[in-house]
Design a protein around this ligand. Structure first.
Ligand SMILES: NC(=O)c1ccc[n+]([C@@H]2O[C@H](COP(=O)([O-])OP(=O)(O)OC[C@H]3O[C@@H](n4cnc5c(N)ncnc54)[C@H](OP(=O)(O)O)[C@@H]3O)[C@@H](O)[C@H]2O)c1
Length: 297
């Protein structure tokens, strides 16, 4: 069984392995779009709501993988993904595996090699949204791996996220993209929540602050392209706004935090980085210079 024909045309048969929060959303999107959808989950009862909507439960992984050309995997950890797919045996050969399981880039590459050794095509996907947004036209998914798999299954992949794109042959790069976005997000969120603690300590509603200072806060992300350019070129010289001018501002932030009894460790970490770079002779360089600290140089 590879596809079915109905009044909406030919639909590729899809298998979804793993019916957690994300796998259930993925399988639901395929069923809703009219794809013959076979599902398998370790805890079988989780398949019931999908079966009610028209999905077919497989008795085991081998049967699930044998059901169609496209096998979508969404479980906890790439070790688990390999362990589960291993139960398919030689049924894996000739399939296209789209693994949407998070992990490190090395783990994604290991899984890619493992799947290819068994004669299947491989694409790794990093979903950049929560389960309820699966299938939305704005949902971003980064893919890395076989171009042929991506091209063959564009239509099905659009059902995962409308803004999916293949960024590399390298199956490890999507997870790195995801971490880069999340790492940036956590840095911004920690800075903002520290600021929120300062503001609320002074009796200021954070909402009111954003109404008045929103453009200044938004300007932070608008400088990222110039930071990226400096990092790519390794060129940190700057006429204005160099590290020596950051230093007193960060010192003020740390002193204000301590005066108010607010945890100063987050700005304190920034102060340590800036002060060390200035002491090391980089006072006239831009903030981008600190990438060398993170590189361990
Ligand atoms: N949820 C999100 O919003 C979201 C967003 C982006 C990416 N992701 C990624 O999507 C993947 C799945 O996440 P989730 O949120 O769906 O997780 P979840 O709700 O915790 O479900 C985990 C899934 O993994 C299966 N599993 C765990 N250990 C297993 C094992 N040893 N053998 C077989 N199956 C096993 C579970 O099966 P059982 O049901 O039998 O326990 C379940 O199907 C993860 O890599 C996650 O990081 C999730």
């Amino acid at each position: 069984m590879g596809s079915t024909t109905g009044d909406t045309g030919t639909r590729t048969a899809v298998t979804v392995i793993g019916l957690g929060e994300m796998g259930t959303a993925l399988a639901g999107a395929f069923v809703e779009a009219g794809h013959p959808t076979t599902v398998w989950n370790r805890s079988r009862e989780k398949a019931a709501p999908l079966v009610e909507k028209g999905a077919r439960p497989a008795a085991d992984v081998r049967e699930a993988v044998a059901a169609g050309p496209l096998v979508v995997v969404s479980v906890k950890g790439n070790h688990t993904a390999r362990e589960v797919l291993g139960a398919a045996g030689d049924a894996l050969a000739g399939r296209s595996v789209v693994n949407l399981t998070d992990g490190t880039s090395a783990e994604a590459r290991e899984t890619a090699a493992w799947v290819r050794e068994r004669g299947a095509g491989y694409l790794h996907g990093q979903i950049m949204t929560i389960a309820p947004a699966v299938g939305s036209p704005d949902a971003v998914v980064f893919y890395g791996g076989d171009e042929a798999v991506y091209d063959r299954h564009r239509e099905e992949l659009r059902l995962v996220g409308g803004r999916g794109s293949r960024i590399a042959d390298d199956a490890g790069l999507p997870t790195l993209y995801g971490m880069a976005v999340h790492g940036t997000m956590w840095g911004v969120l920690n800075g903002f929540l520290h600021a929120a603690a300062l503001l609320t300590d002074a009796g200021v509603d954070v909402t009111r602050f954003l109404e008045q200072a929103g453009p200044s806060v938004s300007a932070v992300t608008s400088i990222l392209p110039s930071i990226a350019d400096e990092v790519d070129r390794g060129a940190y010289a700057l006429e204005f706004g160099a590290l020596q001018h950051h230093l007193p501002s960060v010192e003020d932030l740390v002193r204000e935090s301590r005066d108010r009894g607010i945890d100063a460790s987050f700005p304190g970490y920034t102060l340590d980085l800036v002060a060390r770079a200035v002491a090391d002779g980089h006072a006239d360089d831009s903030y981008s210079r600190l990438v060398e600290h993170f590189r361990g140089r």
